[in-house]
Design a protein around this ligand. Structure first.
Ligand code: ADE
Ligand code: ZN
Length: 339
């Protein structure tokens, strides 16, 4: 019953790396087409390799998988496959990360990446009724100068990219390494977000807020280690884009039952549920909702709060947010009658 409620619930996703939605089947198809070999014989072997001990052990495999992507058509197919999946999960709005340096460092032009992804996003808006925004992430394990160069390369695509973000290996690469890049990005009109407090300490979340002036914190689950930080996040209603199945796969929590999502909600924080890298972590957004609902015993009102938070925390215009929240409220009213 609650499964059906979650399935039909109008949803928004705010934390999804498009390269992390590359399913092994498509990886093989594109790899063969492009003459890029994959160091596994079968789809099953690839899936079996998805056992991770921490963030870095995942990233090594994830960057390897992305190497099959060379042409605009590849990025288009990757994005369309993700959008087709979330359409049947009733996702109404999605904000997609991509990692330009993963591709430009292999000689793939930024224009190829942006055009391919954007073509699929545009088609999804027209044919599936899914709205979207695109967020370009800097790889934090690379030098500041590489991020600055990437920002400059992205300026011609300013109208297609709403925000910049920060991802990859967190420990040892604090947000303040990118203060100047983010200053420049904001000057150019981009909004900012950053992964912080996934594996890294609460201090990294403070830096994301104070130095990078982020609108949202990606993950942010380690904020609970600092009560003053929790107060700050709560007072300013800074959204956290939490990714439950990711946190278990990357061993941030040993078991889903130990996840602190419910604690974060009970602290009054603006928590959202997201998939991060669905092809690698065993589920898209619906599976993430289902997993936390079951493991943490969330009720209809908790689920409603999570879905509403995502619409409100999105980078949509005020009137577009209002339309989606109205849709969500209508859904609640309609399902209450039959509940
Ligand atoms: N890139 C893709 N997924 C990521 C994650 N969970 N953390 C940091 N960088 C990432
Ligand atoms: Zn992420």
């Amino acid at each position: 019953m609650i499964d059906e409620f979650i399935h039909n619930l109008p949803k928004a996703e705010l934390h999804i790396h498009i390269e992390g939605s590359l399913e092994p089947e498509l990886m093989f198809e594109i790899g063969e087409r492009n003459g890029v070999s994959i160091p596994y014989a079968t789809v099953e072997q690839v899936r079996r390799a998805y056992e991770f001990s921490d963030l870095q052990s995942f990233l090594d495999i994830y960057y390897q998988g992305a190497q099959v992507l060379l042409h605009e058509q590849d990025f288009y197919e990757l994005t369309w496959a993700y959008l087709s999946r979330i359409h049947v999960q009733n996702v109404r709005h999605t904000e997609i990360f991509f990692d330009p340096q993963t591709h430009t460092d292999r000689g793939v032009a930024l224009a190829t990446v942006v055009r391919g992804i954007s073509a699929a996003l545009q088609k999804a808006e027209q044919q599936l009724g899914i709205s979207s925004k695109l967020i370009m992430c800097f790889l934090r394990h690379l030098p500041e100068a590489s991020a600055m160069e990437t920002l400059e390369q992205a300026l011609p695509f300013k109208d297609w990219i709403i925000a910049v973000g920060l991802d990859s290996s967190e420990l040892g690469h604090p947000p303040d390494k990118f203060t100047r890049v983010f200053d420049q990005a904001r000057y150019e009109g981009f909004l900012t977000v950053a992964h912080a407090g996934e594996e890294g300490p609460a201090q990294y979340i403070w830096q994301a807020l104070d130095r990078l002036k982020v609108s949202r914190v990606d993950h942010g689950i380690r904020c609970v280690e600092d009560q003053h930080l929790v107060e700050r996040l709560k007072e300013q209603r800074v959204p956290l884009t939490v990714c439950p199945l990711s946190n278990v796969k990357l061993r941030v929590f040993d078991r889903i039952e130990q996840h602190n999502l419910r604690q974060l909600l009970d602290l009054g924080l603006c928590v959202t549920v997201n998939s991060d890298d669905p092809a690698y972590f065993g589920g898209y957004i619906e599976e993430n909702y289902l997993a936390v609902q079951r493991a943490l015993g969330l009720g209809r009102d908790d689920i409603y709060r999570l879905a509403k938070n995502a619409f409100m925390a999105s980078f949509l215009a005020t009137q577009d947010k209002a339309k989606l929240v109205d849709e969500l409220d209508a859904y609640m009213a309609q399902t209450r009658e039959t509940a």
